[in-house]
Design a protein around this ligand. Structure first.
Ligand code: DC
Length: 234
């Protein structure tokens, strides 16, 4: 379907909630562009690890802020995934940004003011012509407070850790379930308690708890909740 009037759909929520999978399904249904903003924070974190701005468990905020001028983040649509792959300075980093190492430092990096300012400005530019489904933590509150449609996703922490653990196992990442659960819980806490743009539900967002829902069930929920709004865009 290709609507005449395009809108912004903001999808915020906890880590490993399946936001990207759901956002991708909505984008494909509407012929919209899906933007995974978490990938952008992960890309900056990966770059910081690569240049030694994170070393021995220490995050050098000043070095990361200085590095921002040297990072060009771009997206290129990958038809095999039905989503865009992320590149840093022309290098495809899609596979490298989802390791537990990046996950362990991404909350610290995403709490740096200058990092957020740069990435938020990029995200606003990408959604300027509307027609995007953007997933993240602050899309409905900060990036696009005027988004026409806002969803706040949540799921049980153990269920989320099980999903992430299965993904990492499938990729051959040798990590324990407890380590993944610990990462999920500590990121929830860090994302909700950081000073700048903490994760919180926008007043006009509708909550979806998808702990025990398949993607098909989530799409059926989307149609029930928003079918009328979507139909009115044509
Ligand atoms: O969605 P994700 O788990 O890939 O996101 C990785 C981290 O990036 C997450 O722990 C918090 C941060 N993030 C953010 O601060 N703001 C966003 N809009 C998206 C992600």
């Amino acid at each position: 379907m290709n609507s005449n009037r395009k809108i912004v759909i903001a999808l915020d929520g906890f880590s490993s909630c399946g936001k990207s999978t759901f956002a991708k399904a909505i984008a494909s249904r509407l012929g919209y562009i899906f933007i995974d903003t978490g990938a952008m924070y992960r890309a900056v974190t990966l770059h910081a690890l690569q240049i030694g701005a994170i070393a021995g468990g220490v995050v050098d905020e000043e070095a990361i802020v200085r590095s921002l001028d040297d990072i060009a983040i771009t997206f290129r649509f990958n038809p095999l995934r039905g989503a865009s792959d992320i590149y840093v300075n022309g290098e495809l980093v899609e596979g490298k940004i989802r390791t537990i190492e990046v996950s362990n430092f991404v909350s610290a990096v995403s709490s740096i003011r200058e990092v957020r300012e740069k990435l938020v400005a990029m995200q606003q530019e990408m959604g300027r012509s509307r027609g995007v489904v953007m997933d993240g933590r602050d899309i409905g509150t900060v990036v696009f407070p005027d988004a026409e449609l806002k969803i706040y996703m949540t799921a049980d922490a153990r269920v989320r850790a099980e999903r992430r653990y299965a993904e990492l196992q499938a990729k051959g990442d040798n990590v324990s379930f407890d380590e993944v659960l610990e990462n999920v819980i500590s990121r929830d806490k860090a994302d909700m308690s950081r000073k700048i743009s903490p994760l919180r539900q926008a007043e006009d967002a509708i909550v979806l708890d998808n702990s025990y829902m398949t993607v098909e069930e989530q799409m059926a929920w989307f149609d029930r909740e928003f079918g009328r709004v979507i139909a009115s865009l044509q």
